[in-house]
Design a protein around this ligand. Structure first.
Ligand code: FCA
Length: 324
């Protein structure tokens, strides 16, 4: 009996030793995002978690809304013995500080969505990155606006362009630049571009910026709206509604797709007629998987990966997104 007890105790000990070794061996990867409340980032986390579950690593999600939280988050990852992290930084100028801190802690780092900017103002090309083809996606927004304006029989010379800009972030500037190029190319006069700088990238800031522009230009009757993402377009749509601009006089197209879906699901249409749906799975699952393989097998990810988008509208979003 005593022998049996000793043997089974030894067995238990071995088992617990094995599981703790296994737990210690499990690769840990951080995923830091700048706006954890935005549906886009919730999607990235969701897909990164899917990668963790399927590939067998531990994902540590950190909402990093400012520089302090980013640096504390990296400390936290180091304390938990993580081996690397993927980050969409709240400020691209933090790039050098993030890299230095990651190196000091022996953590691998990859950026997603917003590319780090170095002290010289140029993108930090040495840091592995996955981002969207921002200028082309902006052009797709411009084209969707031009097509809808044509379908409504509008003369672009009479149309005002609510440009919801956020020029301090290069990926966003490229998007609004792309939309602008197409609109101007199609005949929208430069004088009709009403730049509406946003203080932050959310719906409220977009609404505030659009309200300032709309109040200054009560003479403009027809409006097109483009911005860096869905929130930037949706806030302006709310401002147009608030200023009683009729639905048939306003056309807005967003980017991301995630927030646009909530607009499309409303029983009554709004001025947001479309959005460029981005590849959230690639950005969430793909970056986490790349980081995992880099840590586990030493397979270095591609230095820069640029993803595409696809126009979704109230009519086709369910089909395109497989929501049927
Ligand atoms: C930026 C924007 C997000 C999303 C992402 C791909 O980070 O803030 O909304 O568009 O690029």
């Amino acid at each position: 009996m005593k022998k049996l007890l000793v043997v089974s105790l030894a067995g238990l000990l071995l088992l617990s030793l094995c599981t703790s070794v296994l737990a210690a061996d499990k690769i840990k990867i951080g995923f830091l995002v700048k706006q954890p409340d935005e549906p886009w980032f919730q999607d990235e986390w969701k897909y990164a978690q899917q990668a963790a579950d399927e590939l067998g690593f531990e994902l540590i999600k950190i909402g990093a809304t400012d520089g302090e939280k980013v640096l504390a988050g990296i400390d936290n990852l180091a304390a938990q013995q993580a081996q690397g992290f993927v980050i969409c930084t709240p400020d691209v100028k933090l790039g050098p500080a993030i890299v230095a801190k990651a190196q000091a802690a022996g953590l691998k780092v990859m950026s997603v969505d917003d590319r780090f900017v170095g002290p010289d103002g140029n993108p930090m090309e040495e840091v592995h990155h996955m981002g969207i083809s921002a200028f082309n996606i902006g052009k797709a927004v411009g084209q969707a606006l031009v097509d809808e304006a044509a379908a409504r029989g509008w003369d672009l010379k009479e149309v005002g362009f609510l440009r919801m800009s956020y020029d301090q972030l290069p990926t966003i500037k490229e998007r609004t630049d792309g939309a602008t190029e197409v609109l101007v190319g199609a005949g929208l006069p430069e004088a009709n571009i009403f730049d509406s700088p946003m203080k932050v990238l959310d719906i409220e800031a977009s609404m505030n910026a659009a309200n300032i522009t709309l109040t200054k230009h009560p003479d403009v009757k027809l409006w097109v709206v483009a911005g860096g993402n869905d929130s930037s377009a949706i806030g302006a749509v709310r401002a147009l509604e608030g200023q009683k601009v009729p639905l048939e006089n306003a056309i807005a197209v967003g980017i991301n797709g995630t927030e646009a879906v909530a607009e499309f699901e409303k029983p009554e249409p709004t001025a947001l007629i479309g959005s460029i749906l981005l590849a959230a799975k690639q950005h969430g699952y793909g970056t986490a998987e790349n980081m995992f393989k880099w840590i586990k097998d030493g397979v270095e990810p591609e230095k820069a990966i640029w993803t595409a988008g696809q126009l979704i509208t109230r009519e086709n979003y369910k089909e395109v997104m497989g929501l049927n």
